[in-house]
Design a protein around this ligand. Structure first.
Ligand code: ADP
Ligand code: ADP
Length: 231
């Protein structure tokens, strides 16, 4: 029983580029899925399809066994359950302070103010950005901004968490902290996590399933132990 699934998913950009071709992928709660592929393989396009920002040209995306509804209400509901943290934090952060940036998504969830505050403070602490909360986001380092962008999404407690290169540009200690936090979210909140990464070393340490995209096609998929034991 999968929380998210794509069925024969294809996407062609208006200029004719075939970005994805016939992709079947599953995401399961309480697991981390690694998505590997070089530049232009289709990783970002896949994420935008999972989040409903793009609409398939063929095939479908299912959430909780239901095809996504591309109405504004359907998409609003989807985006409360499917959180995406983009590779470049500057595309995601635009408030005056770290605290406000982390609050942005949470305050639109319709939860109480006190519950929102608990979640915001927890996310700030989990990502190591609590001490930065009064600072203007634009004054932070790249690594700090990446943590703030992550905090804003995990405070929403999405069921599916999409991470595009979460460790890019972080030092080894930062990589370990972020990946350990992701492991905690998977275990404690039973999230389904999908991570695009160039860092092969992370896969056996943190991923349960692996998909490898090549030029928009699925090259390899399976459990990490199966894929890594193939000759
Ligand atoms: P990745 O995230 O793996 O680097 P992308 O999903 O960004 O891959 O790109 C997949 C393919 O789609 C590439 O050939 C890329 O050039 C193309 N592409 C990405 N965005 C657009 C766009 N807005 N218009 C046209 N082609 C695009
Ligand atoms: P200080 O340490 O300056 O007293 P805190 O960060 O403890 O301030 O803030 C007090 C409370 O106000 C916190 O519990 C937090 O939920 C809330 N808060 C802090 N900064 C903001 C902000 N920019 N916008 C809204 N609420 C905030």
């Amino acid at each position: 029983n999968y929380i998210m699934e794509t069925k024969n998913l294809s996407f062609q950009y208006p200029d004719g580029t075939h970005a994805l071709d016939n992709i079947c992928l599953h995401l399961e709660k309480g697991t981390t899925t690694g998505l590997l592929g070089g530049n232009g393989a289709g990783k970002s396009t896949l994420f935008l399809l999972l989040n409903g920002i793009l609409k398939p040209t063929q095939g479908e995306v299912l959430y909780n066994n239901q095809p996504i509804s591309y109405t504004s209400k359907g998409l609003q509901q989807l985006r409360q359950s499917v959180g995406i943290v983009f590779q470049d934090p500057d595309t995601q952060l635009f408030s005056a302070s770290v605290y406000e940036d982390v609050s942005f998504g949470v305050v639109n969830l319709g939860i109480s103010e006190s519950e929102a505050r608990v979640r915001i403070e927890r996310a700030l602490k989990q990502t190591g950005t609590y001490e930065l909360r009064h600072k203007p986001t634009h004054s932070l380092s790249y690594g700090q901004k990446k943590r703030v962008a992550l905090a804003g999404i995990i405070a929403m407690e999405p069921t599916v968490l999409i991470l595009d290169e979460p460790t890019a540009g972080l030092d080894p200690q930062g990589v370990k902290e972020i990946m350990d936090l992701i492991d905690t979210l998977k275990q404690n909140l039973n999230m389904a996590i999908i991570i695009a990464t160039h860092d092969m070393d992370l896969v056996p340490l943190y991923c349960d399933y692996l998909y490898v995209l090549k030029s928009g096609q699925l090259h390899t998929s399976g459990t990490v132990s199966d894929v890594f034991s193939q000759p």
